[in-house]
Design a protein. Structure first.
Length: 333
């Protein structure tokens, strides 16, 4: 089979490369503005290291950019959807004369008509990242009661997230695409374990009353579509039992560079079947060692591959081959 040819515009001219893909970063934000004019150099480094990626959108505009980047490059694909919090301050409760009013900011909801235009592109391989994120609800919306009910502003935000999540689940089913899930639990107050601002598997409600049940709520929703859905749970920060429940529903579990400098997830990575694991960067965020503190990029996913093999005490080439197979199987690439 002839290796794919990639063309990159760099230094005022088009450069043509033959690219074999040995690794894939199944979740990056290569379309984000963080890369700007440097994106061509980032892609060149991917080619040099034989790394492919799925460029993930967080809203309509970044999804368009993800598709654009994917169209222009071999071994780059796109995932389109609405992140539960990105550019969506969905409900902000204001108190005025003792009455709560809802004020909408930014883009509300999931614009199916516009996303229909994108999903037709053959480089689109998944829907998301979508899901539930309860981590900072208590910071962005005060917990207050409406004048006419006991529903809190926090509960309204959670209800809106669920509504948008369900729309994307049904959209993915309609178009036979896997989901790219973003699930993050609520904060746990002072006892919340936190690394670089990342919430890690809290057990109870936090100090302002925000339930830490995003994983449980997501599973409850997805169980209604059992047998119809599949996908990947990205940037996993939950517990082993939760991971196993998502796998039972047809999902794989992916890990980021976080695992190169904390050991919280070693047991999960050792225990889950290799066939159920994926590797990602979530670039430009959460760079792995030895690049920690730098802007992340897809080529750094190699460090995540290496760490998964090290944690599992398995041959690095065996792990590399299987993780690549897992991505090809799930995303049909």
């Amino acid at each position: 089979m002839r290796a794919p040819v990639s063309t990159v515009f760099c230094g005022g001219k088009f450069l043509i490369y033959t690219m074999l893909m040995k690794y894939i970063d199944i979740h990056s934000h290569l379309g984000f503005e963080d890369y700007g004019d440097d994106r061509t150099h980032v892609i060149k480094r991917m080619i040099d290291h034989q790394v492919g990626t799925i460029a993930v959108g967080a809203d309509l505009e970044s999804s368009k950019e993800a598709v654009k980047v994917a169209e222009q490059n071999e071994n780059i694909w796109a995932c389109i959807g609405q992140h539960p919090t990105h550019n969506v301050n969905m409900i902000n409760t204001e108190i005025h004369h003792g009455v709560s009013t809802e004020v909408n900011h930014g883009s509300l909801g999931f614009d199916e008509v516009e996303f229909e235009k994108l999903v037709k592109n053959p480089k689109v391989v998944a829907v998301g990242e979508c899901g539930l994120d309860y981590f900072k609800i208590g910071d962005t919306c005060p917990v207050v009661k409406n004048s006419d009910s006991s529903t809190t502003g926090v509960e309204k935000i959670k209800a809106k997230q669920k509504e948008i999540f369900i729309k994307q689940i049904e959209f993915a089913i309609k178009h036979d695409k896997p989901l790219m899930l973003h699930i993050r639990d609520g904060q746990k107050g002072e006892k919340q374990r936190n690394t670089d601002g990342i919430g890690l598997s809290p057990d109870k409600s936090d100090s302002v009353g925000v339930s830490s049940s995003a994983f449980a709520d997501a599973l409850e929703i997805l169980n209604n579509y059992k047998g119809q859905v599949r996908g990947n749970l990205h940037f996993f920060t939950g517990k082993l039992t939760q991971a196993q429940k998502f796998i039972d529903l047809g999902f794989t579990i992916s890990f980021v560079g976080l695992i190169t400098y904390i050991n919280d997830f070693d047991k999960i990575i050792k225990t889950l079947p290799l066939e159920s694991l994926q590797a990602e960067t979530d670039a430009p965020f959460v760079s792995p060692v030895p690049h920690r503190g730098e802007r992340n990029e897809p080529a750094y996913v190699i460090e995540v591959y290496k760490k998964i093999a090290e944690i599992r005490s398995e041959d690095s080439e065996l792990v590399r081959e299987q993780l690549l197979k897992n991505a090809r199987r799930m995303f049909d690439i």
